[in-house]
Design a binder for this molecule. Sequence first.
Ligand code: OGA
Ligand code: MN
Length: 292
Amino acid sequence: MSLSIRQIHPVFVGEVSGVDIARPLTPDEVAAIEAGMDRYAVLVFRDQKITDEQQMAFSENFGPLEDARGGNITKPEDKRLQTGMNDVSNLGRDGQPLARDSRVRLFNLGNMLWHSDSSFRPIPAKYSLLSARVVNPTGGNTEFADMRAAYDTLDAGTKAQIEDLICEHSLMYSRGSLGLLDYSEEERTMFRPVRQRLVRTHPVTGRKSLYLSSHAGAILGMPMPEARILLKDLNEHATRPKFVYVHQWRVWDLVVWDNRQMMHRVRRYDESQPRDMRRTTVAGHAATTAQV
Ligand code: OGA
Ligand code: MN
């Protein structure tokens, strides 16, 4: 059976069938998936029983993996997964749910805020690929918002106002909004703010999108409260239900999204029970501030 993609939301999101991602892909399959990503921005693959090695190999069809350093507060000796895998589970090395007061758990709750992966890096991520290994019994849906539709539906005045604005993004802004304000000197250096355009253009399709993220906490040349209000307004607009797809996970789903044109968040779930989700991240090519 050959690869096909069926749109499953009125605005975006495709479901892919006819491919086994545990095996090496043909160049035609890779091209079809990339074209699907450019068009639908989120692709859902069902029943993909993969190992971490197979997930990394599949991801590398779309570019080199991002270096995960600097993106979390988990110490190397506490890591559950090998280099190349981002652990977005609620589990510790012992395979048990993290304690309620675990700093790692509290930091990871930031994934419940709307964001784009790695917008806190100078060159932010291209794709994220998330594989469901253990699904939580209550909640834990992941939601995606189409930032192209969000941009397209802004009024002309707002588009003109924001066209050339540059935001500062940092993990300290997203976590700070949750009340996590204490960081070591080392963490402060690691999390120093980076600059991102507020309106970005997709390198393949040329479509513009709003580049929002919970990590965005300031706008250059704008008083802070004014910047925060503008960002809040834009976020509210961008995450209206008609632009949002809600993914209800089944075990062995793999969902791929394009961080250059999407935001996402996970919803609350029963943290006394495991939720084992494993992400690979394909590195981006260029800084958004380098865009012409
Ligand atoms: C991520 C993320 C959401 C989830 O992997 O980048 O935000 O559903 N995860 O766990
Ligand atoms: Mn994320």
